[in-house]
Design a protein around this ligand. Structure first.
Ligand SMILES: [Fe+2]
Length: 274
């Protein structure tokens, strides 16, 4: 067990100060500002469900709020959120926050600040490297909370008919792309570089479920009916697509069972001083 300190109120003030350097009247930047707050709320819910200690909760929630710090300057400098043609926004957020470490040192303990920085850096990578147990649970938390909010956001924007603004690189009516189908068939994961349609994005989202870390995250997905809502969009009369979906759903079910019934993903409770 290790002591963790983070003054969440002060961290929120720092985040607001940082965000005000950017043009929040631009809807694309405002969207990331709102997403940061939404991910913070999801992080709060998950850390409650995981019964983390009060200190760990505050650090986890702060990491969720700050996770997309790199998005603001990414959009200002490159006019896109596509990392493939701009910068890795996890790395950029890490650098941006690192350069503000003096300000944050006053409102976090050293271990807490290091955990937050690492969670920001690794939140968007395809997979997590070997990380210390002082850092790894926060990285896992941010990755789950971020995905959960993006699932909700995409569904909401589809319902409102505004998903095209959210995903400007993706053609709304286009079919699944061949390279992405090949990749998912082979690895059960998908890369943005192979995604050009909304269906591609939804297929990549489905593969995210296999990377979700905590049982409460999977429960939230279940409660919101997200997986079946996504599946409804795929063509039913294409045998290849159907086989890929069946394989993916089978793996998702096995992953859920492992998390929900064997508790493999909830063992961080012990480590987090619950
Ligand atoms: Fe992100």
């Amino acid at each position: 067990m290790f002591a963790l300190f983070a003054d969440l109120e002060k961290i929120q003030e720092e985040f607001e100060r940082y965000a005000r350097f950017f043009d929040l009247s631009d809807p694309m930047i405002k969207m990331k500002y709102s997403h940061s707050h939404d991910v913070m709320r999801v992080g709060g819910k998950l850390t409650d469900d995981l019964e983390w200690s009060a200190g760990a909760k505050r650090v986890g929630i702060a990491a969720c709020l700050l996770h997309d710090a790199g998005r603001f300057s990414q959009y200002r400098d490159f006019g896109t959120y596509y990392d493939g043609v701009s910068v890795d926004h996890g790395d950029r957020g890490y650098e941006a926050l690192l350069s503000e470490s003096d300000r944050y040192a006053e409102v976090t303990g050293g271990k807490a600040w290091e955990a937050i920085l690492q969670a920001v850096k690794w939140h968007n990578k395809k997979s997590l490297p070997e990380l210390s147990e002082e850092v790894a649970p926060f990285c896992r938390l941010v990755r789950d909370a971020d995905k959960l909010d993006v699932f909700n956001l995409v569904q909401r924007r589809m319902d409102e008919g505004t998903v095209g603004e959210l995903l400007p690189r993706h053609k709304i009516e286009a079919p699944l792309s061949e390279p992405l189908l090949n990749e998912v068939e082979k690895n059960w994961s998908g890369s943005y570089k192979h995604a050009s349609s909304l269906l591609d994005f939804l297929l990549i989202q489905l593969t995210w479920v296999l990377d979700m870390n905590f049982a409460p995250s999977l429960r939230l997905l279940e409660e919101n009916g997200i997986i079946s809502r996504i599946c409804d969009h795929f063509p039913k009369d294409d045998r290849r697509v159907r086989n890929i979906m069946d394989g993916l759903l089978e793996r998702i079910e096995a992953h859920k069972q492992e998390a929900l019934f064997q508790g493999v993903c909830t063992n961080s409770r012990r480590r987090m001083g619950a």
